[in-house]
Design a protein around this ligand. Structure first.
Ligand code: SOE
Length: 381
């Protein structure tokens, strides 16, 4: 088998999710490549060693530049805060490495554009970890839409709700809390949670033309973990926006970290002329489907338990009726990336695809400032 030697930078939640995927993908998918956990990289040597031991990485680096310079690394996986994505990705592309980058691609569109230019110039395979595309029920939604079962799409409705930053005592910045620090994250829920909703929406329903947004920062100041001082909070705690898609459909998107009781409630609903679909991350193996063309007597919402071998990805797992979960979306993403290299048909979202999401995020944040409708840029080829 060909070797796929991974150098992973970062050791947080996503470092674990990706490492788990690399370890399991070969057990369930027939691939020409074998994933080798070659090196884990983090600034803190003790933490890097502990992470490497737990997940089976063969070596450790404390400087990402050294990792990138190594000849025995084929792919660099970037799982560090958003403000480091561009520098690492551009250097990795120059060194000829394949790149898998955590979402969002960048701090903003102009940074993202440079990353796209770098990977395309170096002609290195690249991908961004928008994992929710690869939950089988979401992939099934894509299949139903592409088959034309919904007909003309009228409405797209998405939300992603959490509640983990409600306490005013929660500091900003540093390990685990960098998402509250605008210098490390770029934005709040827009780049973190809405980016997922936008990526799925662009994939399922095509490009977004214009947006009109509002954001709010409910807690204006928080102690900064790194400086020890109380500092202004620069991220958006909540964001809601209206959008018009290129296909004429209307959309609403909402996200917050202040929805008490909701930990990761990502849902979307799409209404078309013939049929509608609804999906909920808390019930991720089900796709709700209503088809108006069904015989009147039995017409109604079907709750499709997406666990049959005929349904996306499921033939790789257990026997029909037995479901899979969140971790598997990452395993599917590695499998698709490797299949993409093996067949010469790159799997998405590539950096260029993810740049489209970045452009929508930029337009949303600009509109929230100006209060006006904002046209979304596009870099699609
Ligand atoms: C934030 O809490 C977070 O971990 C996001 O960063 C992930 O991308 C999302 O999938 C779950 O929530």
């Amino acid at each position: 088998m060909k070797k796929f030697r991974i150098g992973l930078i970062g050791y947080g939640f996503m470092g674990r999710a990706h490492s788990n995927a690399y370890r399991k993908v070969g057990n369930f998918f027939d691939l020409e490549h074998e994933c080798i956990l070659q090196a884990a990289c983090a600034r803190d040597a003790a933490k890097a060693r502990a992470f490497a031991t737990r997940w089976g990485y063969q070596s450790v680096e404390t400087d990402w530049r050294k990792l990138i310079a190594r000849d025995d690394i084929d792919v660099v996986d970037i799982c560090v805060p958003n403000n480091l994505h561009a520098e690492i990705a551009i250097a990795a592309a120059k060194a000829g490495k394949m790149i898998l980058c955590e979402k969002p691609l960048a701090m903003n569109g102009s940074e993202g554009k440079k990353m796209v230019a770098a990977v395309e110039k170096a002609k290195v395979p690249n991908m961004v970890w928008y994992n929710y595309r690869r939950i089988p029920a979401v992939t099934l939604a894509k299949q139903l839409i592409d088959e034309g079962r919904l007909g003309k799409i009228f409405h797209y409705r998405a939300k992603f709700l959490q509640d983990w930053t409600i306490s005013a005592d929660l500091p900003q910045g540093g390990t685990g809390l960098w998402r509250l620090d605008v210098k490390a994250a770029g934005s709040g829920v827009t780049g973190d949670l809405l980016a997922h909703c936008i990526d799925t929406a662009l994939w399922l329903n095509g490009g977004i033309e214009t947006v009109n947004a509002m954001t709010e920062t409910f807690i204006k100041q928080r102690k900064h973990t790194l400086t020890g001082k109380v500092e202004k909070v620069g991220i958006d705690d909540a964001c809601a926006f209206l959008a018009r898609f290129n296909n004429g459909s209307l959309a609403t998107f909402e996200s917050t970290r202040y929805a008490r009781g909701h930990k990761a409630l990502y849902t979307f609903e799409i209404n078309g002329e013939h049929a509608s679909i609804f999906w909920d991350l808390h019930d991720l193996h089900r796709l709700q489907y209503f088809d108006h063309r069904d015989e009147g007597l039995v017409r109604g919402w079907r709750s499709i338990h997406v666990s049959d071998g005929d349904q996306p990805y499921m033939k790789h797992w257990w026997v029909p009726g037995l479901q899979i979960g969140y971790e598997h979306s990452f395993i599917h993403q590695v499998a698709d990336f490797l299949k993409g290299i093996e067949t010469g048909k790159p799997a998405g979202p590539t950096f260029r695809d993810a740049l489209e999401t970045q452009h929508v995020c930029d337009a949303v944040l600009t509109s929230a400032k100006t209060g006006a409708w904002q046209k979304v840029k596009t870099s699609a080829k």
